[in-house]
Design a protein around this ligand. Sequence first.
Ligand SMILES: NC(=O)c1ccc[n+]([C@@H]2O[C@H](COP(=O)([O-])OP(=O)(O)OC[C@H]3O[C@@H](n4cnc5c(N)ncnc54)[C@H](O)[C@@H]3O)[C@@H](O)[C@H]2O)c1
Length: 266
Amino acid sequence: MDFEGKTAIVTGGARGIGRGIALELAQRGSNVIVADLDEESARSVVTEIMAGGTQSYYCETDVTQQWSTDGMAETALEKYGQLDVLVNNAGVGGAPDFNSRKVPTVEDWQATFDVNVYGIVNGTQSVENYMIERGYGKIVNIASIAGRAGRPGFASYGASKAAAINVSQAWAFKLAPHGINVNAVCPGLIWTPLWQSIAEWRKSTDDQNAGLSPRQIFQHTVAESVPLGREQTPEDVGKAVAFLASDRARSITGQALNVDGGIRMN
Ligand SMILES: NC(=O)c1ccc[n+]([C@@H]2O[C@H](COP(=O)([O-])OP(=O)(O)OC[C@H]3O[C@@H](n4cnc5c(N)ncnc54)[C@H](O)[C@@H]3O)[C@@H](O)[C@H]2O)c1
């Protein structure tokens, strides 16, 4: 078990991809802090992890606030005495109800950058001094294939994810001399509440989708765009994160790994 005795924080770990990452790290022996705003869902992930035999703790966290991510890091150290892995996974598609709008508003641009970019910066800034002092640490940021190429539509989301990749590279350079690896993972198409919102947006903005359910819109997108011909899962992303956060990936830093069935081959 690569993470026996280690401690990981997963932001946005209450559901979807974050839950998949939290469970994967726990199955490999890690204590996991589930850092999220959604207390009820986060507590159910904590219960699930503890039933599997490792330790877990819910820490109410808003990644858009530096004081809150500082508290998250302190909680991990108080509870478990060390912090080995930070996964900056929390993300949003826009401001609340973004999927009811045809084009992103200034609030959507603000929300995506607040959570998807500053959320990573805040989380990283809250742990870096500790990791530097220790000369060890693994940071994995969840970006997206949407950050690989600009597309019309919800440009704010794609732009925030391109920034997430760039921020990962900047901190990879900064922290490399201190034995800390920073990488990004770019998930492809994963059926979560976030993708359901995106499918609802596509249904209301594209007449071709009008008669389809959100799940059918998602399945059409998978069929049209994934060379491997299947949707990806939170477990797929969890496995990639576990690799990058492990010592098996000790010579890999500043990379962005697509977990997308071949949609983007860069
Ligand atoms: N689902 C996909 O196909 C897909 C594809 C590419 C990238 N991603 C990225 O993967 C990550 C997870 O996405 P998901 O599909 O599981 O989304 P989701 O909406 O299902 O889950 C997101 C989680 O983040 C939490 N969160 C939101 N704002 C927060 C904040 N300010 N502070 C703390 N927690 C906050 C939510 O409460 C929720 O638990 C996101 O960064 C997303 O952009 C998802």
